[in-house]
Design a protein around this ligand. Structure first.
Ligand code: SF4
Length: 424
C-alpha cells in the first residue's frame, strides 16, 4: 500500500484568499527569495510566471544575502536550522514582506526536491540536500510562530513541492499546489511549465557555451583558469563572499562547476582513457569515486573535481563550503585527492558564514595567485601529456616549461605519458 507521505506532509492551505480574481495576472506582484537552488533554477520560475501573464517587472527577487538584510528583516525570526545558508533565508523572506515600496501579493518559495543535472541517468538520483528541500517550511515557521505575518500583510505564501529533475512530475505538482494561488487549470500549467523549462534550458546551454569559449581561449593562448567547486548559493555575494571575483581581478578566468560544458567531443577527450579501461561507463559516471550518488549538488562537486583533474587549462580549484554544512563534510578529502592527483592546485575556503574575513581572503588570494603564476604552465604541460593530441579545443602547443627539464618528474613528459590515474 502506498502512503502519499510527501503530498500530505506538504499539503498547503492558503494563508489568505488568493488575490487572483480574473486571469489577468499582469498586476500580480510575486516575490521570490533568491536563496539555495534558486541560483541555478531562477530562469525556470521566471519563465513559468511570465507564461502565466505575470509581467517581468512584477517578479521581484530579494537582494544578495547580507548582514544588514538579516539584521533588519530577519531578526527574531530564526529557526532551529544550524547551517548558515538556510538560516539566511529569514532575511530574504523579511525583505520581500517588509522591504518593498510596493507590496508583493505572493511570496513564492519553492521546495525543490530534485534538480536537473548533466549527471541525470548516470547517478543514483539528483535529490537536493534535505535542509535545502525543507528550508522554506522551517523559515516560514519563524513568520508564523506568534501571529501569521503573511496574512497580516495580505500576502499569499506559495511553496510548491517540485521535482525539477523528474520533468514528467512537474506539471501535476505545480498544478496541485498552485491552482488556487493563480487560478490555474491543468492545460495552462502544462504550457507554463514547458515555458519554464525552455527558459532554463536556453540559459544553461548559453552559460555552458560561455564556459567552453573560456576553455577554448585558454587552450589557444595556453593560459590557465580557475574552477570554483561549490554549491549554487555560493554565487550569492553574501554567502561566497566574492572570493572568485578577487581572483578574476588578477586576470584568471573563472569557471563555475554548475556550467561546465558537457559536449560529447570534450567529454570523450577528457575521459577517454577511463572509459577504455572500463573504470567508468560514461564521462558523467562518478561511481569510481562516489557510490552513494543520490545528492545532486554533491554529485556535481565530485564530477567537477574529476573534470578539473583532467582538464589541462584548469590549473587551480577553489573549494567553497559554508558553516555547518553536513553534506560537504564527507566530500572534503575525496575532492582534494581527486584534484591533486594530477598536481592541480587546490585551495579550500571552508566554514564561510556571515563574516567576510577580508584580510585573510586577501592573503590567501595572493597565495593562490603566486602558485598559479609559478606552476600553471607546468601543470598544463603534464596534464596535456596524459591526453590524446586530438584536442577538440584550440590548437595544442606544449606550453614552455618553467622548470629545467631535469626537474620535471619522470613520467610527466609529453613523450613519455604515464598510465592515466588522474582522478582518485
Ligand atoms: S548543502 Fe550544506 S550548507 Fe547547504 S543547505 Fe545543505 S547542509 Fe546547509
Amino acid at each position: 500500500m502506498r502512503f502519499p507521505t510527501l503530498p500530505t506532509w506538504f499539503a498547503k492551505k492558503l494563508s489568505v484568499a488568493s488575490p487572483v480574481k480574473v486571469k489577468d495576472r499582469s498586476q500580480l506582484r510575486v516575490g521570490i527569495p533568491k536563496v539555495l537552488n534558486i541560483w541555478t533554477t531562477a530562469q525556470f520560475w521566471v519563465g513559468f510566471l511570465k507564461a502565466l501573464g505575470v509581467s517581468s517587472e512584477n517578479i521581484i527577487f530579494s537582494s544578495d544575502t547580507s548582514e544588514e538584510q538579516g539584521r533588519e528583516f530577519g531578526k527574531g525570526r530564526g529557526t532551529v536550522d544550524c547551517c548558515y545558508p538556510v538560516k539566511c533565508i529569514s532575511g530574504h523572506y523579511g525583505e520581500l514582506i517588509f522591504g518593498q515600496k510596493k507590496k508583493i501579493n505572493v511570496l513564492f518559495s519553492p521546495m525543490i526536491h530534485t534538480l536537473p543535472s548533466l549527471l541525470h541517468g548516470h547517478v543514483v538520483d539528483t535529490i537536493t540536500c534535505t535542509r535545502v528541500m525543507a528550508g522554506p517550511e522551517s523559515i516560514k515557521a519563524g513568520f508564523m510562530k506568534e501571529r501569521d505575518i503573511f496574512t497580516e500583510n495580505g500576502i499569499v505564501y506559495a511553496s510548491p513541492f517540485v521535482s525539477l529533475g523528474d520533468r514528467h512530475m512537474v506539471v501535476q505538482q505545480m498544478h496541485d499546489s498552485l491552482k488556487d494561488v493563480f487560478d490555474l487549470d491543468l492545460e495552462e500549467t502544462n504550457l507554463a511549465v514547458q515555458a519554464g523549462f525552455e527558459a532554463l534550458d536556453a540559459f544553461t546551454a548559453k552559460a555552458r557555451q560561455q564556459s567552453r569559449d573560456i576553455l577554448n581561449w585558454c587552450a589557444q593562448n595556453q593560459k590557465p583558469c580557475i574552477l570554483v567547486l561549490a554549491r549554487p548559493y555560493h554565487m550569492d555575494t553574501g554567502i561566497g563572499h566574492e572570493i572568485e571575483a578577487e581572483l578574476q581581478a588578477h586576470g584568471f578566468p573563472i569557471l563555475w562547476l554548475q556550467y561546465l560544458p558537457g559536449d560529447g567531443d570534450l567529454m570523450n577527450w577528457l575521459f577517454e582513457e577511463d572509459m577504455r579501461s572500463g573504470r567508468i561507463k560514461s564521462p558523467f559516471d562518478i561511481s569510481d569515486v562516489w557510490t552513494s550518488s543520490y545528492s545532486s549538488n554533491t554529485n556535481e562537486i565530485m564530477w567537477g573535481a574529476k573534470f578539473a583533474s583532467r582538464c589541462p587549462w584548469i590549473t587551480c580549484v577553489i573549494r567553497l563550503s559554508s558553516y555547518e554544512c553536513g553534506m560537504d563534510q564527507p566530500t572534503y578529502t575525496p575532492t582534494q585527492k581527486i584534484v591533486e592527483a594530477s598536481r592541480t592546485l587546490f585551495f579550500k575556503f571552508g566554514d564561510l558564514d556571515s563574516t567576510k574575513p577580508a584580510g585573510s581572503i586577501k592573503i590567501r588570494v595572493e597565495t593562490v595567485v603566486h602558485y598559479m603564476a609559478k606552476y600553471s604552465q607546468e601543470i598544463m604541460r603534464s596534464k596535456l601529456a596524459r591526453l590524446s593530441p586530438q584536442c577538440p579545443l584550440g590548437p595544442l602547443q606544449a606550453p614552455a616549461s618553467s622548470l629545467p627539464e631535469s626537474e620535471v618528474p619522470a613520467g610527466l613528459h609529453a613523450d613519455n605519458p604515464p598510465a592515466v590515474s588522474a582522478a582518485s
